[in-house]
Design a protein around this ligand. Structure first.
Ligand SMILES: C[S@@+](CC[C@H](N)C(=O)[O-])C[C@H]1O[C@@H](n2cnc3c(N)ncnc32)[C@H](O)[C@@H]1O
Length: 228
């Protein structure tokens, strides 16, 4: 099904930010990683340049490079205007100013776009919509990540979240979700239900991380198979 381009918000983070959001150690970076809702993050391209392995999954990979670039220019103006008008909602420790934020997002987008066509051929960027099942066997991946996707959008609903996390846990030995807040920087309304649901069969924890941009957004949720 073709998702409408005008509904897409291509806004991506970089490898350093992923390392801080998910407490990724050098050992973690050597794992077989899959990143869900990875969008135009430059995580995959930067890891690939280091000779490491990452598969990215997103709806937006159905669009062309030109479509995504054009849409990014529209989104950039809208998002940056919102950020500049509401600077008090964010923590400016890691990222110091709105200009620095804009430069970071432009660089991530450009690194992603430069890698997109090659990465699609190498099946590092896969157009896919969760919670649909992916064509990989059980526990193909060591580590699954969700940055600014799950937990952030309450309108996706608890069923979407439970089914998506089920599929992620089928594919991965461990998953990490950041942040655990919603778009208003409040604890995600789905967090407790998810912990309760998966806590029965998996090891579920909340861990502090170094990254904080949304105020109070410095924790990630981790879910592991009990055998890990
Ligand atoms: C805010 S972006 C985050 C991008 C990237 N993870 C980062 O942090 O830089 C959220 C991404 O989730 C993707 N997404 C939304 N619903 C999805 C679904 N059902 N399946 C896969 N990806 C989805 C969007 O297309 C978007 O690229």
């Amino acid at each position: 099904m073709k998702f409408e381009l005008k509904k897409v918000v291509p806004w991506g983070r970089n490898l350093k930010e992923y390392q801080e959001m998910f407490n990724l150690s050098n050992n973690d970076l050597d794992k077989n990683i899959i990143s869900f809702g990875d969008g135009p993050a430059s995580f995959n391209s930067e890891l690939n340049n280091l000779g490491k392995k990452c598969t990215s999954i997103d709806l937006i990979y159905q669009f062309s490079e030109t479509e995504l670039k054009e849409r990014f220019e529209v989104v950039k103006k809208q998002v940056m205007e919102q950020v500049r008008n509401n600077t008090e909602n964010f923590t400016w420790n890691n990222i110091k100013t709105p200009d620095e934020l804009e430069n970071l997002r432009v660089k991530s987008m450009s690194d992603f776009l430069n890698d997109f066509s090659k990465g699609k051929k190498e099946k590092r960027y896969i157009y896919h919509s969760l919670p649909e099942k992916l064509n990989f066997k059980e526990q193909t991946f060591d580590l699954g990540l969700s940055s600014h996707f799950l937990l952030l959008y309450p309108k996706l609903g608890i069923d979407f979240h439970i089914q998506s996390i089920n599929e992620m846990l089928r594919l991965c030995k461990e998953i990490r979700i950041f942040p655990i807040l919603n778009l208003n920087a409040e604890k995600s309304e789905m967090l407790n239900d998810i912990i309760k649901h998966f806590g029965k069969n998996y090891t579920v924890n909340i861990e502090k991380v170094k990254y904080e941009f949304q105020k109070g957004g410095n924790e990630m949720l981790t879910l592991k198979h009990k055998s890990q």
